[in-house]
Design a protein around this ligand. Structure first.
Ligand code: NAD
Length: 475
């Protein structure tokens, strides 16, 4: 049994009923799992009107009510993690343990927002004259339109939904059409937790058509997107043309700096496992490896040995450690990265090709000796490929790490406090991880700078994108 697929509008689950549908496919077996209904223009308008209507009540709801619903969703996430995780493995491909782990860790996101939504404060500003009172209020921005991707279907959606709902906004979410089960499960949980109709609406369709309709609508006051840089720039420009607020969580090309004083075997093992998480389809995946000359050989042998030991296969098999790529279209993209590397003199040390047989599988791949302008060093691979380069000078490697227009995550391995401080001050990135991987917890802000985005999700910053500031003064 796979997840029932539907639209969720004004508190109702709406199935096909003659609407256009698209098949949802298992990337490991190519089996068709179900058919996803596309929203018609009338459905989108109904979602907009229902979100606008619900906002008039929800904006004044007690934070205690919002908090209670979010807490229930946290608990339901834990209760249903196995079932939701299994469906996510079926449509997205990641190993079952990763999928279930995503759901369970997202329960913490719901809990965090349940707690923090009770702490949305304003302030009082001392007046120049004693009879004046001056207050700063934080109010929900209004109806939000959100667009979430297929790599972490549950995580990416629940963060936006919890932040919007906790702030007193209403939201229309277009989830990923290729991996819809987790977003359907979110709708079911909020429904079961007693969320009033219209506060959350889920729609599906051709992404550019749905976003165009929603972002242009005067009802929508805020746009939140997680996905690729080109689509993010397009949506931010469209939102800007209509003076709407945006949160943009976009791609990166995260540099990893391994210094000669690092614990190299530990770094190599940790990085190899982290690299293959979700088959490398992670926006904060380590993607450009710079390893100090003095430890390069040791790092390479430990790193490739760990990659070789990883079992690739269907995510439902208990021994699988890396699943397929989520789409057919990502496999030729991986081949293109490798082909470009070879043409520019790069050496494929491991993998470099698709796995024969059914499914969108690509082998864990290591490429070295690349020039800085190679595709792999300038474009996010978003797959199981690790390009590895050497360095010998700290200032030079900082320059290379900062040389791209992206600024999402970054990783440093060193046992020198001086180096850690220097490099974390110098790296142009929204997140710097030193000697471990610590991003994406609910209590810590997650977001990029430069082309990697605008705004943060999580942390105390989580509601900033969903609130507007109003100044009130009276005598
Ligand atoms: P893509 O750019 O076609 O799509 C990325 C996501 O945006 C998808 O979920 C898609 O449905 C959505 N999308 C596309 N056009 C849209 C539009 N006009 N309006 C609203 N949503 C739209 O790329 P892809 O082939 O799906 O993925 C490849 C690239 O996307 C990767 O290389 C990676 O850089 C990026 N990506 C990033 C993240 C992230 O978490 N930052 C997640 C998924 C994909």
């Amino acid at each position: 049994m796979y997840q029932n697929l539907a639209l969720y509008i004004d508190g109702e689950f709406i199935s096909g009923d003659g609407r256009k549908t698209e098949p949802v496919t298992n990337p490991a077996t190519l089996e068709v799992l179900g058919h996803l209904p596309h929203a018609t223009t009338a459905d989108l308008d109904r979602a907009l009107n229902s979100a606008a209507r619900a906002f008039e009540t929800w904006r004044h709801s007690s934070p205690m009510v919002r908090s209670e619903i979010l807490r229930k969703v946290g608990q339901l996430s834990r209760d249903r993690a196995q079932e939701i995780g299994r469906n996510m493995t079926l449509d997205q491909g990641k190993p079952l343990a990763e999928a279930v782990g995503e759901i369970v860790s997202c329960a913490d996101h719901a809990d965090w927002h349940a707690e923090e939504c009770r702490r949305i404060y304003g302030r009082v500003i001392l007046p120049r004259s004693p009879e004046v009172r001056q207050m700063v209020l934080r109010e929900p921005v209004g109806v939000c339109a959100a667009f979430t991707p297929w790599n972490f279907p549950y995580n990416q959606a629940i963060r936006k939904v919890c932040a919007a709902i906790g702030a007193g906004c209403t939201i229309i979410l277009k989830g990923p059409e290729d991996t819809p089960s987790a977003v359907m499960a979110i709708a079911q949980m909020f429904h079961d937790a007693g969320l009033p109709p219209g506060v959350l609406n889920i729609v599906w369709g051709v992404p550019s058509e749905v976003s165009d309709h929603l972002v242009r609508s005067p009802i929508v006051r805020k746009v939140s997107f997680t996905g690729s840089v080109p689509v993010g720039k397009h949506l931010a420009a469209l939102a800007g043309a209509h003076m709407k607020r945006v949160t943009m969580e976009l791609g990166g090309h995260s540099p990893v700096l391994v210094f000669d004083d690092a614990d190299v075997p530990r770094a190599a093992k940790m990085l190899a496992k982290f690299k293959l998480r979700n088959a490398g389809q992670v926006c904060v995946s380590p993607t450009r490896f710079y390893v100090h000359d003095k430890v390069y050989d040791k790092f390479m042998s430990d790193f490739t040995d760990t990659l070789k030991s990883v079992v690739v296969g269907n995510g439902l098999e208990p021994e699988t450690q890396m699943g397929p790529l989520a789409h057919a279209r990502r496999v030729p993209v991986m081949e293109q990265f490798v082909q470009n590397a070879i043409e520019l003199g790069g050496k494929v040390v491991l993998g470099g090709e698709r796995l024969e047989g059914v499914g969108h599988f690509f082998k864990p791949t290591v490429v070295t000796d690349l020039p800085e302008h190679a595709m792999l060093m300038t474009e996010e691979p978003f797959g199981p490929i690790a390009p590895i380069a050497r360095f010998s000078d700290t200032d030079d490697v900082i320059r290379r790490a900062n040389s791209l227009p992206f600024g999402l995550s970054s990783y440093v391995f060193t046992n020198s406090l001086q180096t850690a401080t220097k490099v974390s001050n110098a790296l142009e990135a929204g997140m710097v991880n030193i000697n471990h991987f610590g991003s994406a917890l609910p209590e810590t802000p997650f977001g990029g700078i430069k082309d990697s985005g605008i705004g943060s999700e999580g942390g105390l910053e989580t509601f900033d994108g969903y609130l507007v500031t109003k100044f009130v003064t009276h005598v």
